[in-house]
Design a protein around this ligand. Structure first.
Ligand code: FNR
Length: 170
């Protein structure tokens, strides 16, 4: 089993994708197997009940749910949009919560965020924690947040802290 590392931004130059890759680098240092989930793999129509009834869970979201279910733990790196969670991620969580009575139940989830702002996306993570707790995930206490995020600040994040972050739930 490997760790699933998700980023909630499909933007080409996304700082959250950069943090996603930084976390993967630390997993490599630790010799931990991981799978980077590409943001494009989260592409899906916006959830609504009629669509689900007519067509079921879209294939991309079925695959996402399977990836979550099969992971030893899940790292979610999320941008903060208006002090909350971006729709790409919220939509994927909503759809995946409709598969097998929530594939998140009992799953250890580690949260991280990168933001060019001074708060490091922490307000978004507090919403994300509530959402994932609602689908019965176990949220690890240490979060990986990068404020004033850019290539340099992400590269400069403390390896020891990120190793501790990644080992949570072992
Ligand atoms: C933002 N951004 C933002 N940043 C932040 O720290 N707190 C916030 O509440 C918001 N709100 C917000 C709303 C919307 C609609 C957008 C588009 C952006 C800025 C955001 O952190 C910045 O655009 C990041 O670069 C987005 O993450 P990625 O795509 O670089 O990973």
């Amino acid at each position: 089993m490997s760790i699933l590392i998700i980023a909630g931004s499909a933007r080409q130059d996304s700082v959250n994708r950069k943090l996603q890759h930084r976390i993967a680098e630390v997993a490599e240092q630790l010799g931990i197997a991981y799978r980077l989930y590409e943001p494009s793999e989260l592409d899906a129509p916006l959830y609504h009940g009629d669509l689900e009834q007519e067509k079921g869970v879209p294939p991309s979201m079925q695959r996402f749910a399977e990836a979550v279910a099969g992971a030893s733990k899940v790292v979610v790196i999320s941008p903060e949009y208006n002090a909350s969670v971006p729709p790409l991620l919220k939509n994927a969580i909503d759809w995946s919560s409709r598969v097998d009575g929530s594939v998140w139940a009992g799953k250890t989830v580690l949260l991280g965020a990168a933001s060019p702002g001074a708060l490091g996306g922490m307000r978004g993570l507090s919403h994300l924690r509530d959402i994932l707790t609602n689908v019965l995930a176990w949220i690890a206490p240490l979060m990986a947040s990068c404020k004033n995020a850019n290539d340099e600040t992400i590269a400069a994040m403390d390896d020891d802290y990120l190793q501790k972050f990644l080992k949570q739930g072992d």
